[in-house]
Design a protein around this ligand. Structure first.
Ligand code: GAF
Length: 402
């Protein structure tokens, strides 16, 4: 292609080259806009965002990118969106609010467009190509990244920026209404607000972020993909959420963060066994998360690691969202231990497959990674994909050509 290559300090060059070439191939000219939004990994605070508590995620150095331009025919009533990975092109209505298309990736785009249209923003006809290096279905919020990339595109193409929190909330609504997942705010906030060298302690009640500096090179965040996805009935997430709500109602508490473990124990009889265990996870995980933020800020990484293991155990035994493969990955990491360079490890994201997050001493990264991969392979027969990341930049416009 003839276009100058666009570089960006945050997003992989090859991904940027690939998407621009794909756009030229599809639409016959260079794109005028290039935007990116990252996936995320959550260090601790799992299944807590919809329970009013604190979570501590970070954006990762893996992005969904969208290349776009105005359509030649400005009277066209729809956007055209092409996925490089799936080799599929979809239309999204820009006149009447688009409707969900069961099971399709386009929902994450269409749901965000619908949100902007409903809030009165008019969007000109556009052509777009989507590409990504966020693993899909790995619990790293590839869907939130696509939503937030779409919102970033809409802002850039209309010239109207909305507040960052409002943008994340439009994306969360897209997930609720178009993907049918009643998620909390963590994934979309992480993708919008991510900053290099910072974890975010996100207060899911006030929606405020307290930055937790991650300047050190001595530790590295290792993400290991179990490469399994147990879909089950798909209703597991919503079931956990409603179980927490019914426990909260029976306990008569307004917010989980007001509940101490002692108070929960004293009111145990008012709950079913499963509600009690859900509640125990929520109450203990909220305090583990604020403890981990303090420990991290004090450089007490060993304490952070212990809290990560405790979080995993609680998700496995009380919240019941882990699976054998995730447990095996965490046990391998736990057995390597501090001497071998592992500080802590746990499942990350919604669960039932996907990834673990492991804090590793940087000088042991290679040996830890290869031990985890080879032992996982020998125990499960499955290849685990692994990569290291630092906290990354949130959604941004990479390039515009007027
Ligand atoms: C999924 C949801 F989308 C998040 O909102 C969060 O609840 C997470 O699962 C569990 O912590 O990623």
């Amino acid at each position: 292609s003839e276009q100058p290559s666009v570089s960006n300090q945050h997003v992989d060059e090859q991904l940027l080259d690939r998407i621009q070439n794909a756009y030229v191939e599809k639409f016959g000219k260079a794109p005028t806009l290039l935007v990116a939004a990252p996936g995320r990994v959550n260090l601790i605070g799992e299944h807590i965002d919809y329970n009013d508590g604190f979570v501590m995620p970070m954006a990762i150095q893996r992005y969904v990118v969208i290349a776009a331009g105005l359509a030649d025919d400005s009277s066209r009533d729809h956007g055209l969106v092409h996925s490089v990975e799936l080799e599929e092109t979809e239309q999204v209505s820009l006149v009447t609010s688009p409707q969900p298309k069961p099971g399709s990736w386009i929902n994450y785009v269409a749901g965000v467009i619908a949100g902007f249209l409903e809030s009165g923003v008019s969007i000109p006809a556009f052509d777009a190509v989507v590409d990504s290096n966020v693993p899909v279905g790995g619990g790293l919020s590839s869907s939130a990244a696509l939503e937030v990339a779409t919102a970033t595109l809409v802002e850039a193409i209309t010239g109207k920026s909305i507040g960052k929190a409002e943008k994340a909330l439009i994306c969360q609504q897209a997930e609720h209404k178009f993907a049918g997942v009643p998620c909390g705010i963590m994934d979309q906030f992480s993708s919008v607000f991510g900053k290099p060298n910072e974890l975010m302690l996100l207060d899911c009640q006030s929606q405020q972020i307290e930055p937790v500096p991650f300047q050190t090179d001595e530790i590295t965040v290792l993400i290991t993909n179990s490469n399994v996805k147990h879909e089950l009935t798909g209703g597991e997430y919503a079931e956990r959420r409603s179980g927490c709500d019914s426990a909260k109602a029976k306990l008569g508490c307004d917010s989980w963060r007001d509940m101490t473990i002692e108070e929960l124990e004293s009111k145990k009889a008012s709950l079913s066994e499963s509600e009690y265990r859900l509640a125990r996870h929520v109450v203990t995980e909220i305090s583990r998360t604020t403890d981990a933020a303090n420990a991290f800020a004090n450089g007490d990484y060993d304490q952070v690691g212990q809290l990560m293991y405790a979080s995993h155990d609680s998700l496995r035994d009380d919240f019941e969202v882990s699976c054998d493969e995730l447990d095996i990955l965490v046990e391998i990491a736990r057995a390597i231990g501090n001497e071998g360079g592992v500080i802590g490890s746990r499942m990350t994201g919604g669960g039932f497959g996907g990834c673990t997050v492991t804090l590793v001493k940087t000088d042991h990264l290679q040996s830890v990674t290869s031990t985890i991969q080879s032992e996982y392979k020998s125990k499960t027969g499955i290849e685990a994909m692994a990569f290291a990341t630092r906290p990354a930049m949130g959604a941004h416009v990479i390039a515009t050509t007027p």
